[in-house]
Ligand binder design. Structure first.
Ligand SMILES: [Zn+2]
Length: 179
C-alpha cells in the first residue's frame, strides 16, 4: 500500500492527497504511530481541505485564492499553517521548541514520533526523547487549533459583514451615515 499511497499523490486533481503525502511520505510510519486524536482542525491542516481560500476557490466557495491577511496569491494549508505572517504568534511556542519556525517537513516526525530503531538504548534518554515527542505533538495540534479556529471565526465575521453589505439592506447604511 505504500506504492498505492505514492501513486494516489501523483494522480491529477489530487491536491489534498498530494499535500498529505508531502506531510506524511511514509505510510508505515503513520500507521505505526502512537494513537493520535485527529481533531477537526488538525484534519483540515493535514488534508488541505478546510478554511483555505485556495481550496474554497476551487469549489466555488470563495471568489479567489488570495490570503485575506497578507495578500499571498495562494492561501493553501501550507501557507496558513507555516507561512502566513498573521499566525506568527500561534507558531511561537513550536518555533521556540524547534529553535526555528516549523515547516511541512517537520510534520511526520512531530506526529509519528521517533522510529523505535532510532530511540536511545538508555532508559532515561529514551524517556526524555518520548516526553519531548509528546510535547511537540501537543504543541503542533494546539497550533493548528488556534490558527484554524481564529481563521474560521474571522471568516464568519466577514460573511456577516458581506451579508449586511448586499443590496436591499441600504437602510442600515443610511442610518450609519454622518449627520
Ligand atoms: Zn497570508
Amino acid at each position: 500500500w505504500q506504492a498505492r499511497w505514492d501513486r494516489a499523490a501523483t494522480t491529477p486533481d489530487a491536491v489534498g492527497r498530494k499535500w498529505t503525502h508531502r506531510l506524511i511520505p511514509n505510510l508505515a510510519r503513520w500507521l505505526a504511530k502512537p494513537t493520535l486524536v485527529l481533531t477537526y482542525h488538525l484534519t483540515q491542516a493535514l488534508s488541505g481541505h478546510g478554511c483555505f481560500r485556495s481550496y474554497l476557490a476551487k469549489r466555488d466557495r470563495a471568489e479567489d485564492s488570495y490570503c485575506g491577511y497578507c495578500m499571498d496569491p495562494d492561501d493553501t494549508a501550507e501557507h496558513t499553517v507555516f507561512a502566513c505572517p498573521r499566525w506568527l504568534d500561534d507558531r511561537a511556542r513550536l518555533t521556540d521548541i524547534l529553535r526555528r519556525p516549523p515547516n511541512a517537513g517537520d510534520v511526520e516526525d512531530i506526529l509519528c514520533g521517533p522510529c523505535p530503531a532510532d530511540l536511545p538504548d538508555d532508559t532515561e534518554s529514551r524517556r526524555r526523547v518520548l516526553a519531548q515527542f509528546a510535547i511537540n505533538r501537543r504543541e503542533f495540534t494546539a497550533m493548528c487549533e488556534s490558527i484554524l479556529s481564529t481563521k474560521e471565526a474571522d471568516e464568519r465575521e466577514e460573511q456577516r459583514t458581506d451579508d449586511r453589505a448586499t443590496p436591499g439592506t441600504n437602510d442600515e447604511e443610511r442610518s450609519d451615515s454622518p449627520r
